[in-house]
Design a protein around this ligand. Structure first.
Ligand code: FES
Length: 93
């Protein structure tokens, strides 16, 4: 099963499908079997990262999908290669 994120107008991001949510240390939030949760994107929830409905009347954003600009890649000249090193090209986000 894939994961679907829906950006709701004036509110949360709904996540449904196969997913896990972890903190910065990699610890899982216990979802107790939920396959659908809403993540706060207004910053007002008292239960972050989950939406608690506090956005109502306090957050406006009409969610209309659009295409991001093309990805940019690091074009700086390569440093001299040394034997035994692995070169990883990191794209700009
Ligand atoms: S999006 Fe619902 S409380 Fe922030």
């Amino acid at each position: 099963m894939s994961t679907k994120l829906t950006i709701n107008n004036n509110g949360s991001v709904k996540i449904e499908g196969d997913f896990e949510i972890v903190d910065m240390q990699g610890n899982n939030y216990g979802l107790q079997g939920r396959t659908v949760v809403s993540i706060c994107r207004c910053g007002l929830s008292a239960n972050k990262p989950f939406c608690d409905g506090s956005h109502r009347g306090h957050f406006e954003h009409e969610a209309i999908a659009f295409d991001l600009p093309p990805r940019k890649f690091n074009t700086t000249p390569n440093p001299p290669l040394r034997e035994g090193f692995i070169v990883i090209y990191k794209p700009y986000i």
